[in-house]
Write a protein of this length. Structure first.
Length: 310
């Protein structure tokens, strides 16, 4: 009798696990289907087109690796890669530091903390195109709100979007303004997951606020920091802010000082109809980002950084 009851219980557990697994697969099916249709399939098509010369009117000519070889002698591609590197080098650390600082600032409750959090996140609600148009009005030479505010310190006549010396820095600051609210929420969620007992124990040991951040907060934030760093880096190379803001604010100028890789690829495809060459560049950018992301995961052991962070 006990054997029959045990067999019945095992059968019920097995049936429940199958139902739960089916429900789980059913829930993730839309996301998987979307990834395959809108990311996986275009990536495969881009890889295929990279081996052809495509004029945009239905004519395909197989050229092998000529499109990839062409990149070696493309001076404008090298220039765009340098611009992108400068953009990433400025945007990623700035957005990371500011968003972490804001998360620490609004972590503890105080009167109006919800309003402050909402205000920091608000720029991320509007589209990048709207944000670009807004900043275009604010930065109008000599007549915009920003030049008017900076005129007392002698910066009112600076052309923030028309001068090659300042255009890229302006894009970095606008991008950071747009995205720090989103990254702040990610850090805030991670901070709220840190057990309060750790801070209570450190206070008993006489730890200062800096020591608490260094030995408690930062180690616990390492996996989240890795995600934010990768998300920011990939977004700065291929994300919307690397294209939309450039397209709306500068169109790659002045003097190609803001022509990022993704914008240059767009120009090759939709301005010059070099679809095969654009696809080849896209393939190389995706391969490079995948390699860098894999290297970061390998060096940090998936965000644990060392064997002790398990």
């Amino acid at each position: 009798m006990s054997t029959l009851a045990q067999h019945t219980a095992d059968a019920r557990r097995s049936a429940r696990r199958r139902r739960e697994a089916f429900a789980a697969y059913l829930l993730i099916a839309p996301d998987v289907l979307g990834l395959l249709l809108f990311i996986g399939l275009p990536m495969c098509l881009a890889l295929g087109i990279a081996f052809f010369e495509v004029d945009g009117f239905g004519a395909y000519q197989f050229v092998g690796f000529d499109n990839f070889a062409k990149m070696a002698g493309d001076a404008m591609l090298s220039r765009s890669a340098g611009v992108t590197l400068g953009y990433v080098s400025g945007f990623v650390p700035l957005a990371f530091a500011v968003s972490l600082g804001l998360a620490l600032l609004v972590r503890e409750p105080f009167p109006g903390v919800r309003f402050v959090r909402m205000a920091f996140f608000l720029p991320n609600v509007i589209s990048l195109v709207v944000a670009g148009v807004l900043w275009q009005f604010l930065l109008v030479d000599k007549r915009g709100a920003v030049p008017a505010l900076l005129r007392p310190i002698g910066l009112g006549d600076v052309s923030w979007l028309g001068d090659p010396r300042f255009a890229l820095a302006s894009l970095v600051l606008i991008s950071a303004w747009f995205l720090v609210g989103y990254q702040m929420l990610i850090f805030l969620a991670a901070l709220n997951d840190i057990p309060r007992e750790y801070y209570d124990a450190s206070k008993v040991d006489g730890a200062t606020p800096w020591q608490q951040f260094r030995y408690v907060t930062w180690p616990m934030l390492r996996p989240t920091s890795l995600f934010v760093a990768i998300h920011s880096s990939v977004g700065a190379v291929t994300g919307l802010q690397a294209f939309d803001l450039v397209y709306v604010l500068t169109r790659g100028g002045p003097a190609n000082s803001t022509s990022t890789l993704i914008f240059y690829i767009y120009q090759q495809a939709f301005t010059y109809n070099h679809y095969g060459y654009a696809a080849a560049m896209t393939t190389m950018v995706v391969a490079f980002l995948a390699a860098v992301t894999g290297l970061m995961f390998a060096l940090t052991r998936g965000g644990r950084f060392d064997a002790g962070d398990r």
